[in-house]
Design a protein around this ligand. Structure first.
Ligand code: LAC
Ligand code: ZN
Length: 465
């Protein structure tokens, strides 16, 4: 659809002209791309908001003209949540990038949505505090996007995901209310948990303009080790063994042989060459001896399955290099094959070996390369289908669909951290059933009765739409 003529004039009446981006195809194309590999879907206009009141004014214009509104932040999303599928107005929070407050007394941080996650982490750490969620894109992604997707990361194994840290938030909903949700106390059970509802709502219920985050004291020590295996099956068995013993390190990350081959190209020298799989283990705490002892305990548990020595990172620089290589995994995989579909299924921990084995079998049957890595400790695996040419897409889509359904059949989910967005909307009903999906559609309509906010995301288009 094309933008009704009056919309631009009305947006310019409520925002300074410099913050209404229109007619600049290159800039708008930038707002139409993310990390989902779903192509380019630019908005007709992008507005750079600076306050909740401005978001409300934009919703009023959009509602009058029934124009879609899509929230965007750093555009590092992996499920297409910020793509303007139907054009319309992109509401960017990139200028709302201030840390408003860090309180050591209350152990909270109050931030605007455009604050880069890694920047917040560095700032709180200077004060001896800790914000654990660590998506791999942490150097570029923002807290607003993390809240929208309920982002996780390697440290989620011990510390949980974004939702565990959001005490409250301010959300502007399409009907015009500015909702101040949650509380500064750790506890609080009054009313429905609307804060929790907004976390992970993928920009379909409202636009978040301020977030109150819980912080922890920073663990004083962390120790990291790399363990090498002859096969991914051995590594997966080792993960199960560690967890079954009740040992929960801060991170337990797995990389299969395909991922190690990609890393050998993208981050040469970081992982031993020729291995069948590797695990990155990290422990943390305040007592250096106990942190090291826990690492040794994990090493003992996995020794029987491992094919080589346990390599303990020596010093901060080595730890950092290892994690940098791990964080690049998603993009390094494209060094093997230029095209990919990356999934983020999660399964119960005991089913990790089976998920990996079945993904490989599915890949072999559809003649596509499958490479898996990820947060094996919490059962969240990035199963990637790699390919070379667009004409392979039918096979790729078949393989991907089977991988998603397999995760559900094993008692898990189609998405552990990246969100449903556009990429997995056709599989939501397979996981949750028609009633649960229908109730969620009704819930969305409470906040967005005109259906203008991020249409086409999370749920497949309604029949006849
Ligand atoms: C990671 C992202 C892709 O774990 O979630 O690297
Ligand atoms: Zn991940």
């Amino acid at each position: 659809m094309s933008l009704p003529a009056a919309v631009l004039a009305e947006l310019r009446a409520v925002l300074p002209a410099a913050r209404v981006v229109a007619g600049d195809a290159d800039r708008l194309a930038g707002y139409g791309r993310d990390e989902s590999e779903m192509g380019e879907h630019p908005p007709d206009v992008a507005v750079l908001v600076e306050s909740a009141e401005e978001v409300r004014a934009v919703f009023a214009v959009a509602s009058r003209h029934r124009v879609p509104v899509v929230p965007v932040s750093a555009r590092t999303g992996k499920s297409g949540g910020s793509l303007a599928l139907h054009g319309g107005i992109a509401v960017s929070v990139e200028r709302m990038n201030r840390i408003l407050e860090i309180s050591s007394g209350d152990l909270v941080a109050r931030v605007q949505p455009g604050v880069v996650t890694g920047v917040l982490q560095a700032e709180v750490e200077k004060l001896g505090l800790f914000y654990p969620p660590d998506p791999s894109s942490l150097e570029t992604c923002t807290i607003g996007g993390n809240v929208a997707e309920n982002a996780g990361g390697p440290r989620a194994l011990r510390y949980g995901v974004t939702r565990e840290y959001v005490l409250g938030l301010t959300a502007v909903v399409p009907t015009g209310e500015i909702l101040r949700l949650g509380h500064r106390s750790i506890k609080g059970v009054a009313g429905y948990d609307l804060t929790g509802l907004f976390v992970g709502s993928e920009g379909t219920l409202g636009i978040v303009t301020e977030i109150l985050l819980q912080l922890l004291p920073r663990p004083r020590h962390a120790a990291t080790a790399l363990v090498v295996f002859a096969s991914v099956e051995d590594a997966a068995r080792a993960v199960s063994r560690v967890l079954a013993e009740g040992v929960v390190p801060r991170c337990l990350e797995l990389l299969d042989d395909g991922c190690l081959a990609a890393a050998a190209k993208g981050s040469p020298g970081r992982f031993p060459p020729g291995a069948g799989a590797a695990l990155i283990v990290e422990t943390d705490g305040n007592d250096a001896d106990a942190v090291f002892a826990e690492l040794v305990r994990v090493a003992e548990l996995v020794r029987g399955d491992a094919s080589g020595e346990v390599l303990v990172a020596q010093g901060e620089a080595q730890r950092r290099e290892l994690w940098e290589a791990r964080r690049k995994m998603s993009s390094d995989l494209k060094l093997l094959h230029p095209m990919k579909r990356s999934e983020d299924v999660a399964v119960p921990r005991s089913r990790i070996p089976e998920m990996i084995a079945r993904s490989r079998e599915i890949g072999a049957r559809h003649r596509v390369t499958v490479a898996s890595y990820g947060h094996a400790g919490d059962g969240n695996l990035h199963v990637n289908v790699l390919f070379d040419r667009a004409d392979e897409l039918p096979r790729v889509d078949e393989a991907t669909a089977e991988i998603l359904r397999t995760a559900v059949d094993l008692g898990g989910t189609i998405t552990g951290e990246h969100g449903v967005g556009l990429t997995k909307r056709d599989f939501l009903e397979y996981e949750q059933g028609p009633e649960v999906v229908a109730v969620q559609r009704r819930l969305k309509a409470v906040f967005d009765p005109l259906g203008i906010l991020n249409p086409g995301k999370v749920f497949p288009p309604a029949l006849g739409a």
